[in-house]
Design a protein around this ligand. Structure first.
Ligand SMILES: [Fe+2]
Ligand SMILES: [Fe+2]
Length: 284
């Protein structure tokens, strides 16, 4: 999928608002925008354009700077790292459907991961078509779902939330995809996109902890797993593909350790994260 830059900027409140965002926030906003755009319209295919508009490719306007980005954090009512479930971009938040007593991963997909599921399904579908291992396909399927809870540092939050239930390789790939998306690797066909250069600013340099995570991942025997999430993530927005969770339920059954008490009620160290997604309207 490519992005209509003018439309994307308009959704975020205009060029000034985009320039006021942190680099990470802008990356997340872009990702969110692509998820929504890639989502199928009711009864039809997604609305994303199939090719990059010439106007965008030829855009020579200046990039924002980090200083411009930092200057306007306090001009917004909601922090950009807030999870999808906790805010609305259009009017009031919606009443959520009730969850089953013992919710499964599929229940969370169907009832709570509504803003991230299509993007993640597209990513997993691409990984499947590219012949990835089941651990990688599962990582792609889950990699951004924690953004329903929180967006900032979502690779870390996501890996933590899934760690008790998925293969170690899968958790590793979820954790490190966040950092790796900022670093090209031609060996595996991942290039830092011009689009990011334009949206993040020419002087963007990831924070030291992100760079350290990249270095750590590069030395890991599971680097490939994390890298493949970024490869299948970036090119996962196909408006003509509308994968469903049914394609992956067998894979989930093989690799996801569903707790018999239900996700959120197994007293695992991360059960509260699942409950927070299940019951985001609880005031405390
Ligand atoms: Fe991500
Ligand atoms: Fe993603």
């Amino acid at each position: 999928m490519t992005v209509d830059r003018r439309k994307f900027f308009a959704k975020l409140g205009g060029v000034a608002a985009v320039m006021a965002m942190t680099h990470e926030a802008r990356a997340d906003a872009l990702e969110h925008y692509m998820m929504v755009e890639a989502a199928p319209a009711p009864g039809g295919a997604g609305s994303a354009p199939a090719s990059m508009p010439a106007s965008m490719a030829a855009d020579k306007s200046p990039f924002p700077t980090a200083a411009q980005v930092e200057a306007q954090i306090d001009t917004r009512p909601v922090r950009r790292g807030t999870g999808n479930l906790f805010t609305s971009r259009n009017g009031n938040v919606k009443r959520l459907p009730p969850m089953p007593e013992k919710p499964t991963l599929v229940d969370y997909f169907n009832l709570r991961f509504t803003q991230t599921s299509n993007h993640c399904l597209q990513s997993a579908n691409r990984a499947l078509k590219n012949g990835m291992s089941e651990e990688i396909i599962l990582a792609c399927l889950l990699h951004d779902t924690v953004q329903e809870l929180i967006k900032v540092d979502h690779g870390y939050w996501g890996a933590q939330m899934y760690e008790p239930y998925v293969p170690p390789k899968t958790a590793f790939a979820i954790r490190y995809h966040q950092a790796l998306r900022f670093y090209p690797d031609k060996q595996y066909g991942y290039e830092y996109p011009d689009l990011y250069r334009r949206l993040y600013g020419f002087d963007y340099k990831p924070e030291p902890y992100i760079e350290q995570a990249w270095q750590t991942a590069k030395k890991s025997p599971w680097y490939y797993e994390a890298r493949m999430v970024t490869v299948n993530d970036l090119y996962a927005f196909d408006p003509h593909v509308n994968p469903t969770l049914d394609q992956f339920t067998d894979l989930i059954g093989r690799h996801f350790k569903q707790p018999k008490e239900g996700l959120g009620y197994d007293h695992s160290p991360v059960a509260h994260m699942w409950r927070s997604i299940s019951m985001p309207d609880h005031p405390l």
